[in-house]
Design a protein around this ligand. Structure first.
Ligand code: PMP
Ligand code: GLN
Length: 386
């Protein structure tokens, strides 16, 4: 194995899901829903399979899906992208993130990101030979996660090539505020850096969040330097389909496509018309989806508080982070490894998403994208923690 990949072991998600299977625990680790997405989408996929849409689709994705992606961004965010040249379909957001970094970063270039970061970020940056410059999100007095603006400014420098921003943010559930986004946008422009935005939770901002979701690309001067990435997995509860996309100015999208064509060439033909159909669903679908997850968030958050955890209320995503200190825990990894034996529940230690391990030492992440009865069972087990 090449040196730059040696620091990366098996992903924490695979490890913790395997632990859940081995111990028969309730799996609130890896973030995947336990119900299927909209029936219209499933029917469209079955229809495409039956009607011979089973060969290589066009490299950038089928026109119907690129058109649907562009229409969706106009409808929800007022962003205009040309489906021919400014949108590309990828194997999930994961491939789009990797291809974007590989396309834009020379070895030694720096990528500003926020920690805790989604695990593929560090690996994609390493694959490109680039260097990550993390800015730490910490629980603040507001009860939300926040960063020090001076630390953000200090992370930018002459080698900064891009900022990689995930909002709504996994694992913290933070939604970056317009003021924070403005700060990021100004620094990007000051340093002539690109932005790659991971917005897979764009439709999961809860009604009591401090601010709505604002795509960074909508800020002045940002559309022309931003690759905006999302995926069907979260919004349509089909994480196993791995259909994602990137949009941006043609120069950035064609750079990404140049790399993507040699990673996967093209992606799942029969799933593309189905995702196109899902993106066109009426607003009711999107609000119903969010409201359901918000109720699940409330259920799990209340249960965790009841069980004695220190809970940091998430404003969005599938996840809630909790401090194990009130339960006598000192280390999230130790806590999560022992949890299945202690009470039959699996969670993910968030310290593995930090370079500054101390900052995340006592934090663990629970996924609430599960049926209410599953969450209720998990809460019962957690309340019985010895
Ligand atoms: N980014 C974030 C923040 C995620 O939580 C995930 C996990 N779904 C991904 C990217 C990967 O998305 P996909 O499964 O579409 O590759
Ligand atoms: N995005 C999901 C999570 O954060 C799952 C990711 C994965 O399994 N690679 O849990």
């Amino acid at each position: 194995l090449v040196a730059r990949m040696r620091p990366f072991g098996t992903t924490i998600f695979a490890e913790m899901s395997a632990l859940a299977v081995r111990t028969g625990a309730v799996n609130l680790g890896q973030g995947f829903p336990d119900t299927d997405g909209p029936p219209e989408m499933l029917a469209a996929a079955a229809e495409a399979l039956r009607t011979g849409q089973n060969q290589y689709p066009p490299g950038p994705g089928i026109p119907a899906l690129r058109t649907a992606v562009a229409a969706h961004q106009r409808r929800f965010w007022g962003l205009e992208y040309d489906p021919d040249g400014e949108v590309v379909v990828t194997a999930g957001a994961t491939e789009a993130i990797a291809a974007a970094i590989l396309a834009l970063c020379e070895p030694g270039d720096e990528v500003v990101c926020f920690e805790p970061y989604y695990d593929s970020y560090a690996a994609s940056i390493a694959l490109a030979g680039a260097v990550r410059r993390p800015v730490t999100l910490r629980p603040a007095d507001s009860g939300r996660y926040a960063f020090d603006p001076a630390a953000l400014r200090a992370a930018f420098g002459p080698r900064t090539r891009l900022v990689l921003l995930n909002s709504p943010h996994n694992p913290t559930g933070k939604v970056f505020t317009p003021a924070e986004l403005t700060m990021i946008a100004e620094l990007c422009q000051e340093h002539d850096a690109y932005a790659v935005t991971d917005e897979v939770y764009e439709h999961l901002v809860f009604t009591d969040a401090d601010a709505p979701h604002v795509p960074l690309a909508t800020l002045p001067g940002m559309r022309e330097r931003t690759l905006r990435i999302s995926s069907a997995g979260k919004t349509f509860s089909c994480t196993g389909w791995k259909v994602g996309w990137a949009s941006g100015p043609a120069s950035l999208v064609s750079a990404l496509l140049r790399v993507k064509q040699f990673l996967t060439f093209v992606n799942a033909a029969p799933l593309q018309p189905a995702v196109a159909a899902a993106l066109a669903l009426p607003d009711d679908y999107y609000t119903g989806f969010r409201d359901g997850l918000q109720r699940q968030r409330d259920q799990l958050t209340a249960g965790l508080l009841d069980a004695g955890f220190g809970v940091l209320a998430p404003e969005g995503t599938y996840f809630v982070t909790a401090d194990v200190t009130p339960l006598g825990g000192r280390d999230g990894v130790e806590f999560c490894l022992a949890l299945p034996e202690r009470c039959g529940v699996v969670a993910v230690p968030t310290q593995v998403f930090y370079d500054d391990v101390e900052a995340g030492r006592r934090l663990v992440r629970f996924a609430f994208c599960k049926r209410p009865e599953v969450l209720a069972e998990a809460v019962t087990r957690l309340r019985g923690l010895p």
